[in-house]
Design a protein around this ligand. Sequence first.
Ligand code: FES
Ligand SMILES: [Fe+2]
Length: 399
Amino acid sequence: MTSRDKKLWQEMPSLPDFNYVSGEVYTQPEIFKKEQDKIFSKTWHFVCHESELSKLYDYRVYDYTGKSIFSIRGEDGIVRSFFNVCSHRGAKLFSMPSGNAKRIKCFYHHWMYNSKGACTGIPRPSAYSDTEVKKEKMGLREIRTEVYLGMIFINLSDESENLHSYIGNALDDLSETMSMQPLEVFHYNKILIHSNWKAWQETNMDIYHEFMHVVLRKTQVNAMPMEDRKLSIFKNGHGGSGASLKASYTNYKGFANRKDEVGPLPGMSVSDFKFMNIFPSLTIIARGTAIRIDNVIPLTPHTAVIEMRGIGVMGESDEDRRARQKHHNQYWGPFGRNVPEDIIAAESCAESYRGSAGKYQIISRDEDGTGQDDIILRSFYSEWALHLGINPGSLKEIK
Ligand code: FES
Ligand SMILES: [Fe+2]
């Protein structure tokens, strides 16, 4: 018999821990809740690139773990973040997704705040005399905010390690590319996907699926020997390319002239390709001439928002910018040759697990950290297990 009956289909694979994952990690509301509490409320979360808050008092508002939060560049040039919640009765201070605000006035009863989160004004305060309610004590709830390679992150926990230590060496191979010249965001789009957040994140960690993309079959699969590829994992569950991978654009219509259209980013050649996943839900991909940053925000067990940014060189000529945008959008962007196919894959897997037809997914490819090894996926799920105290395959508690 080559097919499997119900019993065989439901049997746990006889593979080592973290080489397979139960479909229930994508569907169970209790697991989703634990992820929100034990992962997303304790790890560093990418908010935006610093070029998006370039001027004093620029702010951006976003939702994260069900909370509305804003980050603002203060009068001293430092970016800080706060719950988007008035200290008085909880009204949202900002309703627009971004803008510039020297003073922050709550629309409801006009309490005032400054860009450092201090309460600077309470109308008719005498009615609160002899109580705790005085502006000196009514500041906003601040959230830890740190910057790394131009990327602004927040952490809802006051106890977690600092951002530098959290990232460790994971971005060393991208640091020249991301720090030698000032960079800026030239593309932003947001996608609501009908999939668990992990099914999307897996598309950025799973190299084996490159056959799915015709553009990668033509430009990447044969661009270098599989055994010469190097994948690396780092502490805290981060993982990606350990050194530049190669792409060759000559075989793909419309891509062949890439090397003549705009210079590469610092530390790369046009044909270089690097990627790194920062646990749990950030991916940075540099493809010779442009960078893509993906940020996944889980909404429910079955939905997530992906924010996608394209990054290029600040102050470059219009001609260079157009070429960089083209290179970015040919692969990525909402109509690129790559991203829409990944969405189909993530939603397809998630749908199988949602209906309980899918039982286990296998992540056991072993190529000694080269080629299309699943090492990054295994590292991700090992870290996930550490936070949740659950084995992702058996769903048993880890003592
Ligand atoms: S809720 Fe903001 S001033 Fe009253
Ligand atoms: Fe993909």
